[in-house]
Design a protein around this ligand. Structure first.
Ligand code: HEM
Length: 264
């Protein structure tokens, strides 16, 4: 009954607030856990919104998807800001409990990879961190197999009379999309005449907001990592800052970036 509902019960606060389990007695470990857990909660919400946006766009309902996409980029801003909270942790604070983390790393976050897959960045090498038959693997493989947010956006171009090659529409969705000059030309037509293609133009700029915010988040991550561990390797097995710097070149919506060079 609704009358029996309490704030704590509705939000499952007993479970939520007992899910922080520091392994050391170091003061800063709680912050480290809370920042990571908050990020996982926000990722859950972002995935929820991106799935909605994908469904709406695929069904030709582009305008209602703007709301979901705008929400995603606002959440991304909050996630990027949270690096400033983490940066109050000094290198010595972190090193005092780092060994307890073993080989665990954000590298293994299945929700982070699910988001990358939903956007279109489909590097399958990250699947190995998850057990066959686990809920994490099920979420990842579903995101991998389905058309990405960018695939459904590209599929809208022909509906507005803009030609795109069949290979961009009917492709193996488990692979990262490869940019094509024809798709770039179609988006260029949208950017050269926004009034004629207002719906697509707004959609494209919302997608660029997401890509921009993801790269901004990656920048702050690599900077904070350098500030806290310098040139040390990561707990997840990469060389650390060197690896993270390579991720800054990833773009989920490549032609929406490349077309800018050709605009006049
Ligand atoms: C002391 C703080 C942190 C350090 C030193 C650190 C370090 C690293 C390093 C070195 C990697 C590369 C993989 C590896 O070898 O481990 C990585 C990946 C990652 N970290 Fe962090 N991290 C920190 C905090 C965080 C936080 C707070 C989050 C989320 C809120 C996060 C999310 C991620 C994600 C999602 C990846 C995968 C990035 C990719 O492959 O594109 N990290 N981290």
């Amino acid at each position: 009954m609704a009358q029996d509902m309490t704030y704590a019960r509705y939000l499952a606060l007993d479970e939520l607030l007992s899910a922080q389990k520091p392994l050391s007695d170091r003061h800063d470990e709680l912050l480290f856990i809370v920042i990571h857990q908050t990020k996982e909660l926000w990722l859950k919400e972002i995935i929820h919104e991106v799935l909605l946006a994908k469904r709406l766009i695929a069904g030709g309902d582009v305008e209602p998807a703007y709301k979901a996409l705008a929400r995603v980029s606002r959440i991304q801003t909050v996630m990027t800001l949270s690096w400033d909270v983490l940066a109050t942790m000094t290198p010595a604070d972190y090193l005092s409990f780092r060994e307890d983390l073993g080989t665990s790393s954000g590298f293994q976050s299945h929700q982070f990879r699910t988001l990358e897959y939903l956007l279109g960045l489909k590097d399958q090498s990250f699947l190995k961190f998850h057990a066959e038959g686990s809920p994490a693997m099920a979420e990842l493989t579903a995101a991998l197999a389905s058309p990405s947010l960018y695939d459904v956006a590209i599929a809208q171009l022909p509906r507005h009379g803009l030609a795109v090659p069949d290979s961009a529409l009917h492709r193996d969705f488990t692979q990262t999309y490869q940019p094509s000059p024809e798709v770039e030309a179609a988006w260029l037509a949208v950017y050269r005449d926004p009034k004629a293609y207002w719906e697509l133009y707004q959609l494209a700029e919302k997608l660029v907001d997401l890509d921009d915010a993801l790269v901004t988040w990656r920048h702050k991550h690599v900077l904070t990592v350098e500030r806290i561990i310098g040139g040390r390797p990561g707990t997840g097995g990469t060389d650390g800052v060197g690896y993270l710097a390579t991720t800054l070149r990833r773009r989920a919506f490549p032609e929406l970036w490349s077309l800018r060079t050709k605009l006049r």
